[in-house]
Design a protein around this ligand. Structure first.
Ligand SMILES: [Zn+2]
Length: 279
């Protein structure tokens, strides 16, 4: 999955370290990030490439990968920088090196959070970055805002040898997906699973069990993967606003998914296909 960057190691403990020449710099503006493209891969700028312009004053710490600090610099608008290209999050779905793709989408997610919290939601005063935690604070009313995630579930519904696959009407890919949805306030993950399955494909399920989670920066989401077993009638009643297809596929029909090292969805489809003894 996108976060599986071993042997590289992501550490997000907050620091107030100042940028130095060799540190990585994530320059973000208008939902895009600056990269240096090479033939098959890409690089992120280093601080030394931008320190001359004096623009590093506003750069602040993001996280480390393999001990190397990554800094964030947010610009009001995109400017042209010779040798660099502005790209959006989608660019990183299949880009190598994978650990830098993960760094870039995570940096863009944090940039989006900082941008969305420039003013206090209670009293509209400009927020100030805290120097002890990854948090912004209102100097007027004291409100503190920490990075917020949208929890959601990915659901592998199985019926004997078969897994239920769907296709979204307006998804980012035309690939098959699993039933998925956001957790509502007041709901457990397990309740989200039951509700979403009922809403999207009109089925009842039992034996809901957790599989794995995944940070999904493309949609500011933290995904929790669950498998569950069909309970009763297998007739699919599709929720047609969101989905264009839903159907049962047995293990022989589940083709190995190419580029399967990115999403939890793909891993869960492959895991079901390859591990009949676990279901
Ligand atoms: Zn306030």
């Amino acid at each position: 999955m996108i976060q599986d960057i071993y042997p590289h190691i992501y550490r997000n403990e907050f620091e107030t370290t100042l940028p130095t020449a060799e540190d990585a710099l994530c320059i973000v503006a208008a939902g895009e990030i600056l990269v240096k493209e090479t033939a098959e891969t890409f690089e992120l700028p280093t601080c030394k490439d931008f320190e001359k312009s004096g623009s590093l004053e506003n750069a602040h710490f993001l996280f480390r990968i393999d001990g190397k600090p990554f800094f964030l610099m947010r610009l009001e608008s995109k400017q042209a920088f010779e040798g660099y290209t502005w790209v959006n999050r989608k660019y990183f779905r299949h880009k190598k090196p994978k650990h830098l793709a993960f760094a870039a989408v995570t940096a863009m997610q944090l940039a989006g959070w900082y941008n969305a919290n420039r003013f206090c939601g209670k009293c509209a005063t400009p927020m100030v970055r805290d120097d002890k935690e990854r948090m912004v604070k209102c100097p007027n009313c004291g409100q503190m805002v920490y990075p917020r995630l949208n929890p959601a579930v990915i659901i592998g519904i199985y019926n004997g040898d078969k897994l239920l696959l769907t296709q979204y009407k307006n998804g980012p890919t035309t690939n098959f997906a699993l039933v998925a949805g956001f957790t509502e306030i007041g709901e457990t993950f397990e309740q989200t699973v039951s509700r979403e399955v009922n809403e999207e494909v009109g089925l009842k399920v039992k034996n809901i069990r957790y599989y794995k989670s995944q940070p999904w920066s493309f949609t500011d989401t933290l995904l929790a993967g669950f498998y569950c077993e069909l309970d009763g009638d297998s007739t699919i009643k599709l929720e047609q606003d969101e989905l264009k297809f839903g159907g049962w596929f047995n293990r022989k029909e589940l083709e190995p998914i190419e580029n399967n090292d990115l999403s939890l969805t793909n891993e869960m489809i492959n895991y079901f296909r390859d591990n009949p003894d676990k279901f």
